[in-house]
Design a protein around this ligand. Structure first.
Ligand SMILES: CCCCC/C=C/CCCC/C=C/C(=O)SCCNC(=O)CCNC(=O)[C@H](O)C(C)(C)COP(=O)(O)OP(=O)(O)OC[C@H]1O[C@@H](n2cnc3c(N)ncnc32)[C@H](O)[C@@H]1OP(=O)(O)O
Length: 289
């Protein structure tokens, strides 16, 4: 993983925090600044709850925190599975922090995007069995995070989708490929071009979500499903996953710098900044009502 200077500063700070999953046994919980982690040493399953109010939006620091945790879990031989959910029972994740993209400093903007790429690469390519327990709304970057897992369970009454085009932005190719790989080409064409935010039931009907379970039962269902995934020998499951996901990951690895340049160039355009300003005003005004 390639880290920027600012992210490395954050890593040093984070390393002093108490969470150390290696060698943990039985149930242990730990919290970093924006993540609640419950590690069951017996089953080897870590439950990670996104816990960054108000909407679990991903800024540079939060993404860095997630990347560090992923690295720790990957290196912890006792950990076999990861259930990703939210500590907020209404919002899984509001996606990327829009404030990172408004009036940005180009260096930080580039670092932000590289760190997001890093998060996607580590979650999409994780050796762990990964289940998203989507217990709230999940637009854009929230949807990408869920798409990066092996299995998705969603509570009814919420919405999910790659809605970038609705905001006048273009979902990068690795967002779109993540959707294609889950729903198939035709469904991905429709929902990515139209920027559809789908209800839980609509997402289930196109295969974006594998299972629909009431919010209060979602974690229990995720643990039961995890047992099925962990019945398969890890090595066989991991290599099969790698075989299937490697071409998509390799495309981003080969174009990582180009993808960052495209992103920075696009976001810093006057027209995009203007549209972003209008969108932020709408969000803030809606929140005030
Ligand atoms: C070929 C060239 C390619 C170039 C590449 C270019 C590409 C760019 C790609 C970029 C990809 C972008 C991905 C993204 O993820 S963009 C973010 C998209 N997310 C959204 O649009 C979500 C917006 N938020 C909502 O829809 C709702 O807030 C909600 C998440 C459904 C929650 O609703 P509710 O519970 O009613 O809460 P509020 O709306 O009242 O919001 C509470 C406060 O949170 C702030 N907020 C909400 N979302 C975000 C966000 N994403 N980032 C930062 N802040 C957010 C909101 O403003 C409220 O703040 P306030 O209390 O201070 O007013």
């Amino acid at each position: 993983m390639i880290w920027g200077r600012r992210a490395l500063q954050h890593v040093k700070r984070f390393k002093r925090l108490p969470f150390q999953p290696e060698g943990l046994h039985r149930c242990m919980s730990a919290a970093t600044q924006n993540l609640v982690v419950e590690m069951d040493g017996k089953s080897g399953v870590a439950v990670v709850k996104l816990n960054k109010p108000p909407v679990n939006s991903f800024n540079l620091e939060f993404l860095t925190e997630i990347n560090i945790l992923m690295e720790k879990l990957e290196n912890d031989k006792s950990c076999r599975g990861l259930i990703l959910t939210s500590n907020n029972n209404k919002i899984f994740s509001g996606g990327l922090d829009i404030m990172e993209m408004y009036n940005p400093q180009p260096d930080r903007l580039a670092e932000f995007w590289r760190t997001l790429q890093g998060m996607w690469l580590s979650l999409y390519g994780s050796r762990l069995a990964t289940i998203a327990a989507i217990n709230g709304h999940s637009p854009a970057g929230g949807c990408l995070t869920a798409l990066s897992c092996d299995y998705r369970i969603m509570a009814p009454g919420f919405t999910i989708g790659l809605n970038e085009t609705q905001l006048g932005i273009i979902p990068p190719f690795w967002f779109v490929e993540s959707m294609i790989n889950v729903t198939g080409q035709r469904q991905a064409e429709v929902c990515c071009q139209k920027g559809l935010m789908m209800t839980t039931e609509q997402a289930h009907s196109i295969g974006l979500v594998d299972d629909v379970v009431p919010g209060e039962a979602i974690l229990e269902r995720a643990h039961n499903e995890m047992k099925n995934w962990l019945k398969v020998p890890d090595f066989a499951r991991q290599l099969t996953k790698r075989q299937i996901r490697k071409p998509t990951m390799d495309r981003l690895i080969a174009k990582r710098d180009e993808d960052i340049q495209n992103f920075v160039q696009f976001i810093t355009k006057d027209s995009v900044q203007k549209a972003m300003g209008v969108y932020i005003d709408q969000l803030k005004n809606k929140a005030k009502k």
